[in-house]
Write a protein that binds this ligand. Structure first.
Ligand SMILES: Nc1nc2c(c(=O)[nH]1)N[C@H]1C(S)=C(S)[C@@H](COP(=O)(O)OP(=O)(O)OC[C@H]3O[C@@H](n4cnc5c(=O)[nH]c(N)nc54)[C@H](O)[C@@H]3O)O[C@H]1N2
Ligand SMILES: Nc1nc2c(c(=O)[nH]1)N[C@H]1C(S)=C(S)[C@@H](COP(=O)(O)OP(=O)(O)OC[C@H]3O[C@@H](n4cnc5c(=O)[nH]c(N)nc54)[C@H](O)[C@@H]3O)O[C@H]1N2
Ligand code: SF4
Ligand SMILES: [Mo]
Length: 746
């Protein structure tokens, strides 16, 4: 058969690029950027074309695997046998030890996969445990807490309006490698160049002169974990020089006077030495931010996963508000996504505040935040004897054995569990310890819809992707795996009619919505709505439902010009629903209905920032980075992505190299309170003196994995260095940036 061309969204990162895939019935012939994609316009990165290699990777699991008890290797089994084994091995453990002995760990791809995203909730309910862990506490929970308290929901994250802004301050993010995060915008670098080309300015603040920094108008080194200090001093300048102007937010903002009072104590001269940025520069940055016709401050992982993560995330939005840039075109705006966004739905007077401290971890008493326990606590919860010790674990698309602090201890603890079940595509450092691995499907055999990421995008866009190859009829879809597991964990066994279970979930949802007077389908006949979505099932039906009841939807006929999934499918390159627009006050879901500029929970943490001024900040510290050609821990098994020069190197400034006797290309021993590793040194003045950088997600030298390509370039696991005790107090987020270390030649 002659080749055909399919258009899809790349499922691998937050940039959601359009892919043009030429394929026969069975094989991919070529992958390139889809020039007609309304959002990415042909841009892709080297990972995008790797969807083909992932599809054919012989190490990728096609069938469920059961591990022999007593150390005897793996057996490929049928799906019924796999589910039966889950029940057989898991249920007695839960009967003996109760649900407090069960933990879950949910990894990053859950945000990129609609089967996991929508049906994970169902599974979560039947797991019925308070021990919820995820990659979120090594990532963005700090930002979610500050935005929830300021604006009312955990994804009400203001997005810098890259395409219209005149002035951008970008902190702790390197889109040249990451392609953007909590900022969905294909070709971020091209968009940054365009800011400069139209006469604007881009300022990067980062302890490393990244490729993003090289493209910017200006770069400032900053000592790791001092972003909150810098931002506080900038707020000080705004008040001191009478540059505060909230614009249209003036009538919608509480707490400005409190922020004024707090910032009064933070003149630039007080923080300059700690940050490593001149007081005059801090003053100038604040003035420029205020003077620019439009401007935005944006900050990401380097500011989230550090000692003052929540304060930094909060202060970013404080500056955007104080300069009148929040919620205005060219500033930082709240997207109105095509679907799924809690701040676009329901009664705005029914606020959704977040909660914390309802329960605590057993060993060190760390509080739950938004239902999450700190990932840095997982290892100790498994290996510390006593009542309530975790005896069973379910991991869904995650690799905590490399991704989270205390990972060496975790790797030792996982084999001691009484039962572990993983839904994952590889036998990797984590899943090698599972009793049963239930593989997801190849990305090319699944539909795709970027439901979460549309809520973080610089334009209102939407696109549906059909599978490139028909899914294997002899295996369950990934959402069906979740439904069978739900049944098992609810004590109802492995025999599930997944179609009927799915219908029941959708019917319950419809029933709830038609009874909600704020819903566009309030008062409608539930059967009519159900029938209107036939024959779609699974995540496809959920997407149709969400689009139709969402802000652009057809409301099942009530809004005849509105969108449905069927209509979206007629646009294989996606649709552009327009630029971001002002949404305050309609978007706000706080108790007061106002922006809360000085939430108590966050403001109370300023005392800790004060205390830090007394500290000695001169020691060596480690930060992380991302490699353009890989994705966290899990794309290292694609040969051409890991070929070429060593990606897992320790970047060291020449002065530090000389001081510690480290040579370029030589081995260096890096030690911290968490542990030590030996890495290859790369001497470069792109680092701020006193800081070193090592990427995470490496360390594929564990016996027992099935990652034959990754094992040839294993790299070292940077999370051995992350001190598990170092968690941010407001959120439990791990401090994986700014780790005190010592260097010695090895
Ligand atoms: N030191 C340090 N540590 C960090 C970070 C850092 O900056 N520094 N960053 C943190 C961040 S931001 C994140 S998000 C985490 C990531 O941490 P994790 O999410 O725990 O790890 P990943 O490496 O993303 O692993 C994803 C897993 O999902 C599997 N997978 C991929 N696609 C699918 C699918 O479609 N279905 C299923 N079932 N499985 C799939 C892969 O095989 C892999 O096992 O790491 C964190 N760890
Ligand atoms: N190619 C690729 N793309 C990815 C990923 C990947 O692994 N590979 N992972 C994806 C995921 S899960 C995420 S969360 C995103 C993250 O996306 P980004 O936030 O852009 O993450 P990084 O590229 O690691 O850039 C973080 C920067 O923060 C700097 N930094 C470290 N500590 C500090 C600090 O204290 N202050 C300041 N100001 N800067 C600091 C580091 O030097 C680094 O340049 O990337 C996503 N995209
Ligand atoms: S930038 Fe992200 S979404 Fe775009 S091709 Fe690369 S991995 Fe895929
Ligand atoms: Mo992440």
């Amino acid at each position: 058969m002659s080749p055909r061309t399919e258009f899809r969204t790349c499922p691998l990162c937050e940039a959601i690029c359009g892919l043009e895939i030429t394929a026969t019935d069975t094989e991919v012939i070529r992958v390139r950027g889809d020039r007609a994609d309304v959002f990415s316009k042909g841009f892709i990165c080297p990972k995008g074309s790797a969807v083909a290699a992932l599809h054919t990777d012989p190490d990728r699991l096609r069938a469920p695997m059961v591990r022999h008890r007593n150390g005897g290797g793996w057996r490929e089994v049928s799906w019924p046998e796999a589910f039966a084994t889950v029940e057989e091995r898991m249920m007695p453990v839960l009967e003996r030890h109760g649900r407090e002995a069960l933990a879950t760990y949910v990894g990053n791809p859950n945000a990129h996969n609609i089967s996991l995203l929508y049906y994970g909730r169902q599974l979560g309910r039947s797991l019925a445990t308070r021990n919820g862990y995820s990659a979120g506490t090594v990532d963005q929970i700090t930002k979610q807490v500050s935005t929830a308290l300021m604006f009312g929901t955990t994804l009400s994250i203001p997005i810098p309006d890259l395409d219209r802004t005149d002035y951008l301050i970008l902190m702790g993010a390197n889109p040249a490698a990451s392609n953007g995060s909590l900022l969905t915008a294909p070709d971020v670098l091209g968009r940054l160049d365009a800011i400069v080309q139209r006469g604007g300015k881009v300022v990067v603040v980062d302890p490393r002169r990244t490729r993003t920094a090289e493209r910017a108008s200006e770069h400032h080194f900053i000592r790791p974990a001092t972003d909150a200090h810098l931002l506080m001093a900038m707020a000080h300048v705004l008040f001191a020089e009478d540059l505060v102007d909230l614009g249209h937010l003036a009538d919608h903002t509480n707490g400005v006077e409190e922020v004024r009072r707090i910032a009064a104590a933070w003149p630039p001269g007080r923080v300059a030495g700690i940050c490593g940025i001149d007081a005059a520069d801090i003053q100038r940055l604040a003035r420029e931010l205020a003077a620019a016709p439009t401007a935005a401050v944006y900050a990401r992982i380097g500011t989230c996963t550090q000692e003052f993560g929540t304060l930094a995330g909060w202060l970013v939005d404080v500056l955007n508000v104080l300069t009148g840039n929040l919620d205005r075109p060219g500033g930082a705006l709240f997207p109105r996504a095509v679907c799924g966004q809690p701040n676009s739905k329901g009664n705005p007077d029914m606020p959704r505040t977040i909660e914390w401290g309802r329960w605590r971890t057993r060993v060190r008493g760390a509080p739950e935040v938004m239902g999450q326990l700190p990932a840095a606590c997982l290892a100790e919860e498994i290996d510390t004897p006593g009542d309530g010790r975790i005896r069973a674990l379910v991991t869904i698309a995650g690799n905590p054995a490399l991704a989270i602090p205390d990972s060496e201890r975790l790797q030792a603890a996982l084999p001691t569990l009484d039962c572990m079940i993983s839904v994952d595509n590889y036998i990797n450092e984590t899943t090698q310890h599972a009793d049963v691995i239930l593989p997801g499907e190849s990305h090319l055999c699944q539909p795709h819809f970027s439901a979460t990421l549309y809520q973080l995008a610089v334009r209102h866009v939407a696109k549906w992707s059909d599978p490139v190859f028909p899914p294997d009829p002899d295996r369950p879809r990934e959402w069906e795996i979740m439904l069978v597991l739900s049944s098992v964990f609810a004590g109802r066994g492995t025999e599930v009619d997944t179609g009927a279970a799915d219908d029941a979930i959708v019917s319950a949802r419809i029933a709830k919505e038609v009874a909600d007077e704020w819903s566009p389908v309030y008062g409608r006949d539930p059967d009519e709505l159900f029938e209107a979505m036939v024959p779609a099932v699974g995540p496809e039906r959920v997407v149709d439902w969400q689009i139709r009841t969402g802000p652009y939807g057809d409301a099942f006929g009530a809004n005849p010009d509105g969108w449905t999934l069927a209509r979206l499918k007629q646009h294989p390159h996606g649709v552009d629903l327009g630029p971001l627009e002002s949404r305050v006050p309609e978007v706000l879901r706080t108790l007061s209905g106002q922006i809360e500029l000085a939430p108590d929970y966050v403001v109370a943490d300023v005392a800790r920032l004060e205390d830090s001024l007394e500290r000695d900040w001169t020691g060596m510290v480690l930060v992380g980075r991302r490699n353009l050609r890989t994705n966290n821990s899990w794309m290292h098994n694609v040969g051409n992505l890991i070929a070429g020069r060593e990606q897992c190197s320790l970047l060291v400034h020449p002065d530090d190299a000389q001081r510690f006797g480290v040579v370029d290309g030589g081995q260096v021993r890096v030690a911290s309170a968490g542990g030590e590793v030996v890495a290859i040194a790369e001497v470069s003045d792109e680092m701020m003196p006193g800081t070193v950088s090592l990427p995470h997600g490496w360390g594929h030298d564990q016996p027992g994995t099935r990652l034959s390509v990754a094992a040839t370039r294993p790299g070292v696991n940077s999370n051995i260095l992350a001190d598990p005790a170092a968690i941010e107090p407001l959120t439990g987020n791990a401090m994986v940036n700014g780790i005190p270390v010592t260097l010695t030649p090895a």
